[in-house]
Ligand binder design. Structure first.
Ligand code: HEM
Length: 137
């Protein structure tokens, strides 16, 4: 993946050649300008600059974060990613894994436990009631 300095990114600030940086990723958003739900103006205003803060302040969704990857043309020179260049992908996929493991626990253990309680609890109640009636008769 190519590396660019911020001054190299700054040379791409026209509507037809519109680059910006988000989280150390260099993005060419020229083809995304018209599609952006937040309008093209905000992107053009930040063209050639680091738009990380603005992007985060909006609270963009997970799908918006994934969309960043589609427009990536390189990485910012000197930017240190937490793990590796794909840290963003990893952090996007992480919640999915957590959802899956929670789902497996729910699906696997809880119903068995619940079935046991559902079966024995009424028997216990009925048994206790009958014993009480026999003893007090
Ligand atoms: C390549 C970079 C960007 C992508 C892929 C992107 C994508 C999106 C998407 C998919 C949405 C719809 C809402 C959501 O899913 O969160 C959105 C909304 C929006 N975006 Fe971006 N965006 C980018 C950069 C920016 C930047 C740099 C700004 C700067 C301020 C910005 C401002 C907004 C605003 C104001 C909205 C509308 C929020 C609303 O109406 O609730 N976006 N963007």
């Amino acid at each position: 993946m190519s590396e660019y300095t911020l001054s190299q990114v700054a040379q791409h600030k026209s509507k037809k050649d519109c680059w910006l940086v988000i989280d150390g990723r260099v993005l060419n958003v020229a083809k995304f300008l018209e599609e952006h739900p937040g309008g093209e103006e905000v992107l053009i205003e930040l063209a050639g600059k680091d738009a990380t803060q603005a992007f985060k302040e909006i609270g963009h969704s997970k799908s918006a974060q994934k969309l960043l990857l589609k427009y990536q043309v390189g990485v910012l020179k000197g930017y240190t990613f937490k793990n590796d260049a794909d840290v963003q992908v990893a952090s996007i996929q992480e919640p999915k894994k957590k959802e899956m493991s929670a789902f497996v626990i729910n699906d696997d253990h809880m119903p068995k436990y619940a079935a046991l309680v559902e079966f024995f609890l009424p028997l216990l109640v009925a048994g206790s009631y009958l014993s009480y009636r026999c003893l007090t008769a």
